[in-house]
Design a protein around this ligand. Structure first.
Ligand code: IPE
Ligand code: IPE
Ligand code: MG
Length: 249
């Protein structure tokens, strides 16, 4: 068990983004149906959200459902959507008790009405909470997010609200779903897969990547601490040399 006291509070990743993968394989390993894995994945979510609040992480983005996941069998998609609704209902108290603000990124128009309504309600109720932003990526595609940003920016140019010369990284940032959030410092992916799967492409430009073989339903706060400790061992050079960093150049 990793101990929270080992974490250097001065070097915390501000924004952690997690690709919660391996629910289906976790269930299969136990001779159960895939949906059993999804149900047990909720426990991991709860533990990691609580852990992030305790550690003092400012933003936690969880990849819950990709636009590509709409192509799964309808029965599985239905279970995932129902789980979203029931978890939001059940975990509202956890969010309030820990001063956590819920936010969502993705094409929420595609969600079943009930899920969208529940999500919007919890976002509204928690909107003044300040300790941690829990950002759920649902029906999310990074490429679609970038396409949408292009469209919004183009519209402003056509309407003479913006000139081409004014376009810079800041402008692009401000047209993404994550406009109010800092860039990602640490990406964690469970289940042994080493890919990004259309998750936050722009925002992870300089993130540290951490992969673990654990399936998502087995992931707990102690594993989050392990990932943060690993992150804190790394030297983020941002293109400079190690010597430059040591001399504070
Ligand atoms: C992650 O687990 C949850 C979602 C993508 C919704 P998977 O359902 O992808 O589980 P595996 O990868 O098939 O084991
Ligand atoms: C990525 O997992 C999406 C989520 C974790 C929600 P997938 O299991 O859908 O990713 P691929 O298809 O294996 O890349
Ligand atoms: Mg998967």
């Amino acid at each position: 068990m990793e101990d929270i006291s080992k974490i250097n509070k001065q070097r915390l990743p501000k924004h952690i983004a997690i690709i919660m993968d391996g629910n289906g394989r976790w269930a299969k390993q136990k001779g159960k149906l895939r949906v059993f894995g999804h149900k047990n994945g909720v426990k991991a979510v709860r533990d990691v959200v609580e852990g992030s609040a305790e550690i003092g992480v400012k933003v936690l983005t969880l990849y819950a459902f990709s636009t590509e996941n709409w192509n799964r069998p309808k029965a599985e998609v239905d279970v995932l959507m129902n789980l979203l609704v029931s978890s939001l209902k059940k975990e509202l108290k956890l969010l309030q008790d820990n001063n956590i603000r819920l936010q969502a990124i993705g094409n929420l128009e595609k969600l079943p009405k009930k899920a969208k309504r529940e999500l919007e309600e919890v976002i509204q109720i928690t909107k003044n909470n300040t300790h941690l932003v829990l950002n759920l990526a649902i029906s999310y595609s990074a490429k679609e997010e970038i396409v949408n940003a292009f469209k919004k920016i183009s519209k402003k140019i056509v309407n003479n609200e913006l000139s081409i010369e004014e376009i810079d990284e800041n402008i692009i940032n401000n047209h993404l779903y994550t406009r109010n959030l800092p860039d990602v410092d640490l990406v964690i992916r469970t289940s042994g897969e080493k890919r990004i799967s259309n998750f936050l492409l722009w925002q992870i430009a300089y993130a540290e990547l951490y992969f673990t073989d654990l399936f998502w339903p087995d992931f707990r706060k102690t594993h989050l601490i392990q990932a943060i400790l690993d992150y804190q061992q790394r030297e983020r050079r941002f293109g400079k040399t190690s010597d430059q960093l040591k001399n504070n150049e």
